[in-house]
Design a protein around this ligand. Structure first.
Ligand code: IDP
Ligand code: MG
Length: 181
């Protein structure tokens, strides 16, 4: 199945100079790069992106982390959209498990991530958890004109293209597919 994912090089990956390494790893796959941007992570964008974790005890620290507050104001991240056969599984294998201490040591998170004393998983990259999240996240981080192939339906709005279904936080309609748990 053709799937699309959002890859983010998180603030820790940016300040540690890992952008080139991460891109290299993804270049070794035949996933197609269809979007790339340097993005400023506002509190709103972060909270919408991580809405599924809003009840978690680490949520505030996670927002501080992703908006760059723990890294001397590193509030820009690199965001990429990739598409291809089995993209979620393949991208998540490169990234490694969410907890860097449990991630395969050859993966990006296993090699370069850490768990802070406050319990935040600083894990270098974000990769969409499943295709539904991939679509929601790409629509959240990219405008249609920034995606180089017709990935999702668009509509014209005030003379500009917009995503036909903007994919808000509530777009997940069912449980997570078994294979992505
Ligand atoms: P994922 O990034 O592997 O898809 P999610 O459960 O979607 O994992 O969590 C998003 C991010 O929130 C993680 O990448 C990590 O930075 C942080 N996070 C998730 N679970 C924990 C936890 O139990 N403790 C601390 N941070 C966490
Ligand atoms: Mg996730």
């Amino acid at each position: 199945m053709t799937e699309s994912i959002l890859l983010i090089i998180k603030p820790d990956g940016m300040v540690k100079g890992l952008a080139g390494h991460v891109l290299r790893r993804f270049e070794e796959t035949d996933l197609k790069l269809v979007g790339a941007r340097l993005a400023k992570v506002s509190h709103d964008l972060a909270a919408t992106h991580y809405h599924h974790l809003r009840e978690k005890p680490f949520f505030e620290e996670l927002i501080n982390f992703i908006t760059g507050k723990l890294y001397a104001g590193q509030d820009t991240v690199l965001a990429f959209a990739y598409t291809g056969e089995g993209a979620v599984k393949r991208a998540r294998a490169i990234a490694g498990a969410t907890n860097p201490e449990e991630a395969d040591y050859r993966s990006i998170r296993g090699s370069f991530g850490r768990v802070t004393t406050k319990g935040v998983f600083e894990n270098v990259v974000h990769v969409s958890s499943d295709p539904i999240e991939g679509e929601r996240e790409i629509k959240l981080w990219f405008h249609p004109e920034e995606i180089t192939v017709p990935l999702f339906p668009t509509v014209e709005q005030d003379g500009r293209l917009a995503w036909a279904d903007p994919g808000g936080p509530k777009t997940r309609t069912g449980p997570w597919p078994e294979e992505y748990k």
